[in-house]
Design a protein around this ligand. Structure first.
Ligand code: HEM
Length: 270
């Protein structure tokens, strides 16, 4: 009888041991089969906690945080609200940047325009130039770092549930594009360094290349060309090697009245 029961008891014992081990090593097993799911659930718990703490402001609510009646000073940038009371010397009533308080005037961070404030357009940033979007991004990093984040403004960037709006996604896509363009332009500046530039009333603009122009030491001088950068309607003067003069990698143009193989050119700006 006992001999008959032995293998069954052995199997049950094994199942129990495996069960205990699975319990102890559950997080590792889960991580092994589901990748980083353990971290992700922790992250989302953290996010949920943050979401519970942050407040959603209406425009009218935000406007009340203007330092009056013992209220703190809040401002919004790209729909995110910060407590700037610590910087009261800049933002307090009568101070230089009080304009930003109680509203989202993101565009004015770029234009510096505080007088012609158009309600409803002050946070409409999609038509800004790529470099300006990067500028705004820097301002946002500044506020995230230096001031306390208080919540989100319901409107252009966040909906009533505090979720990103379609507009916000468009802004983020343009920002990514601006970052890519900047990286590409930086690489191009390595390959096609800036010329030296000077201006005088009688001769106009004078551009010329040397072995160190554009702050880039090299063993070649190069020939000045107008180089049109991505995302920039203006051109810059770049020094090109002889073998790059017919490049199609970038849009280039010769200076008028300048010898193609001269290291310097003069031109008048109309
Ligand atoms: C687009 C134009 C501009 C905008 C949007 C702007 C915005 C600001 C803001 C928001 C602050 C407060 C930063 C903080 O919280 O600590 C600030 C500070 C300051 N800004 Fe401007 N500013 C502009 C142009 C200028 C210009 C042209 C000058 C100088 C000629 C200038 C000089 C200063 C100085 C000296 C401070 C104080 C820095 C400190 O005490 O830490 N700003 N600016």
């Amino acid at each position: 009888m006992l001999r008959f029961l032995k293998p069954v008891l052995k199997q049950q014992f094994l199942v129990i041991i495996l069960g205990i081990a699975a319990g102890i090593y559950y997080p590792q097993i889960k991580e092994h089969f589901l990748g980083k799911s353990v971290d992700v659930s922790f992250e989302s718990a953290k996010q949920q906690q943050q979401q519970q703490q942050e407040k959603l402001f209406t425009k009218e609510e935000l406007a009340q945080f203007n330092g009056e009646n013992d209220k703190p000073l809040y401002l919004a940038l790209l729909g995110r609200v910060y407590n700037v009371t610590r910087g009261a010397k800049h933002y307090g009533s009568g101070c230089e940047y009080h304009f930003f308080v109680g509203r989202d005037a993101s565009v004015s961070f770029i234009t510096g325009e505080f007088d012609d404030y158009v309600e409803g357009e002050a946070d409409d940033v999609l038509s800004l130039k790529p470099a300006d979007l990067l500028g705004l991004h820097n301002w946002q990093n500044f506020y995230e770092k230096d001031y306390e984040f208080k919540g989100k403004l319901i409107g252009r960037f966040y909906d009533e549930q505090g979720q990103l709006t379609t507009y916000h996604h468009k802004y983020l896509a343009l920002l990514e594009q601006a970052k890519d363009e900047k990286a590409t332009n930086q690489k191009l500046r390595e390959k096609y360094p800036d010329c030296n530039i000077e201006w005088s009333a009688d001769k106009g603009s004078h551009v010329w290349c040397t072995k160190s122009s554009g702050g880039k030491n090299r063993n070649w001088v190069g020939y000045p060309r107008k180089l049109f950068e991505i995302g920039n309607s203006n051109f810059r003067c770049a020094c090109l090697r002889k073998e790059d003069l017919d490049t199609t990698e970038v849009m280039i143009a010769q200076y008028d009245n300048c010898e193609p193989l001269s290291h310097e050119c003069y031109y008048q700006v109309d």
